[in-house]
Design a protein around this ligand. Structure first.
Ligand code: TPP
Ligand code: MG
Length: 302
């Protein structure tokens, strides 16, 4: 997808710089609550969301900034949301994990989003809108029983649900291999839902797989899954990482989606894009910081 090259690079670099800024600024106490960055996983957000259509619905989880930005969300509004400012995506009340913009919804209750997404897929099917619902979950979420009830219903009722698993092999600080038996793909296939499993940080490959999966879900009005092996470069949230640093660095060398795509693009074009995005990030951050605080119930500022 050569034509998409620079656009994909820009989209992933926006996420990278946004997330790096979040981690840096959290230490200074700028943001409220907590946060989960998707450093290293940018190709999933960009590759999958670019394969969806405007009427489609995205339901995402605690690690949602990349999905929001890849969907075209405004950086200032996301910074502001996390700072509890009135200009935030949800008026500064949702924070990092609870955002709603257009057809994108996020919720931090692990696994709870899957039945919600399934219900939305049911509604879209009933209303014959032609929309599909893409739900993003992590590998650790396969420990939440509710997702299996939802998979069962999605298949039983033939619902247009695209299950996107971002399998970074870790849940907080627990390697999932330590707590889960068998293959995650088999758990999904047990419900007669087809799975396309990919081990790649190449946004073009992910995009192509996502286009195919989304088309199948839409055409056949049946659930399907993309199981994307990936690498989380950063901590779970703000510093809780017990992984071996040398091993992680070695993985970063070969699994950085920006490096993988960047090698195929002109260095001069990359410099321009990076300069533009760096400016966008600084401007968005400064603007959010100067925005007024969220308005509480009853109209009082808090
Ligand atoms: C019901 C519930 N239990 C526990 C948590 C705390 N929690 C947040 S993220 C997370 C791990 C998620 O792991 P995974 O599904 O692999 O996603 P990842 O963080 O790797 O993207 C946990 C235990 C939660 N948010 N909700
Ligand atoms: Mg995980």
């Amino acid at each position: 997808m050569i034509n998409n090259g620079l656009a994909f690079y820009r989209a992933m670099y926006r996420i990278r710089r946004f997330e790096e800024t979040v981690l840096e600024e959290f230490k200074r106490g700028v943001f409220a609550g907590t946060t989960h960055t998707s450093l290293g996983q940018e190709a999933n957000a960009v590759g999958v969301i670019s394969a969806l259509q405007p009427q489609d619905i995205i339901v995402t989880n605690h690690r949602c900034h990349g999905h929001f930005l890849a969907y075209g969300g405004d950086m200032r509004a996301l910074f502001a949301e996390m700072m509890g400012r009135v200009s935030g995506v949800c008026g500064g009340r949702g924070g990092s994990q609870h955002i709603h913009w257009r057809n994108l919804y996020s919720n931090g209750v692990q696994g709870g989003i899957v039945p919600i997404a399934t219900g939305m897929a049911f509604a879209e099917k009933q209303n014959k809108t032609g929309a599909i619902v893409a739900v993003f979950i992590g590998d650790g979420t396969f420990g939440e029983g509710i997702i299996y009830e939802a998979f069962n219903m999605a298949r039983l009722w033939s619902l247009p649900l695209l299950i996107v698993v971002e399998h970074n092999h870790i849940a907080q600080t627990t390697p999932t291999a330590m707590v889960q038996v068998g293959q995650l793909a088999e758990r999904i296939r047990a419900f007669e839902i087809p799975v396309n499993e990919l081990d790649s940080s190449d946004v073009d490959e992910i995009h192509q797989a996502a286009v195919k999966a989304a088309e199948t879900v839409r055409r056949e009005q049946l659930p399907s899954a993309l199981l994307l092996h990936t690498v989380r470069f950063g901590p779970h949230s703000k510093g809780d990482d017990t992984r071996d640093v040398t091993e992680l660095r070695a993985l970063q060398e070969i699994r950085d989606p920006l490096k993988i795509l960047g090698q195929r693009l002109s260095p001069a074009a990359l410099t321009t894009v990076e300069g533009e995005v760096d400016q966008e990030v600084s401007y968005a951050f400064a603007q959010a910081l100067s925005d007024p605080p969220a308005v509480l119930e009853g109209g009082q500022n808090g």
